[in-house]
Write a protein that binds this ligand. Structure first.
Ligand code: 1GP
Length: 231
């Protein structure tokens, strides 16, 4: 399995770089506006994630192609389900929703996507996906029919992340859910980063530069911001 994108991210992270990532949900964008959208995102943006809970495969493919034509940003798929795969991207987060207890999102979606991924020239990055309560019901919780972990359940969060590492995951994604009213706390970020020292992605409800910088300072390597740029 190739790991060009992952290795490049690790190189940046090992040199203490912080990676600001903008999430693009193709359902919420008209592709003809993408180029002008990209001129408005923060100039420190280093990476794009593309995906969403309700996007269809054709729209994903068009959006990724457009982004690859218009920018030099690496584009990583952040798929809501197995249909959202396209080899025009540089890599895909191969997510398992370890916080939930729904086999569909723990392993079944992964099985459905595996055969297609083997035929594609797309780098696969195994990622443990942990949904943490962001103060409102997230679309992830609704669509996957799973419960988020509470922000005070620190040991459960740490042990879930560690179980992911023991299962071979290469990144941890702490997710409060798109549009969360409360982002993942700095305490959780700091403790997870210390407990499992692998690349840590944090997203959900991060709206300001201050929140983003606090997440980075607490230990996030990659901070994902989506909703705040959609308007
Ligand atoms: C959602 O973590 C991302 O999966 C981004 O969340 O849209 O709240 O920025 P926001």
């Amino acid at each position: 399995m190739k790991s060009t994108v992952y290795d490049a991210l690790c190189n940046l992270i090992n040199r203490n770089n912080k990676i600001l990532t903008v999430l693009i949900d193709p359902e919420k964008f008209d592709n003809s506006n993408l180029a002008s959208f990209l001129t408005k995102i923060p100039q420190e943006t280093a990476l794009l994630f593309v995906g969403g809970s309700a996007t269809n495969d054709l729209k994903i493919e068009e959006t990724v192609k457009e982004l690859k034509n218009k920018t030099d940003f690496p584009v990583i798929l952040f798929p809501g389900d197995f249909s959202q795969l396209t080899e025009n991207a540089d890599a895909v987060l191969f997510l398992s929703l370890l916080s939930g207890r729904n086999p569909e999102y723990l392993i079944n979606q992964q099985i459905k996507g595996a055969g297609r991924l083997k035929e594609m020239n797309l780098e696969v990055i195994p990622t443990a996906y942990l949904l943490i309560d962001g103060g409102n019901q997230s679309s992830v919780a609704r669509i996957t029919n799973t419960k988020p972990m509470k922000q005070y359940e620190i040991d459960k969060i740490l042990h879930t992340a560690l179980a992911g590492v023991y299962m071979g995951t290469k990144m941890i994604y702490l997710e409060a859910g798109s549009g969360a009213t409360i982002p993942v706390s700095e305490e959780i970020i700091a403790k997870v980063k210390k407990y499992v020292n692998i690349p840590l992605i944090v997203g959900g409800g991060i709206k300001t530069k201050e929140q983003r910088d606090r997440a980075f300072q607490a230990g996030a390597d990659i901070v994902v911001m989506g909703t705040v740029f959609e308007n």
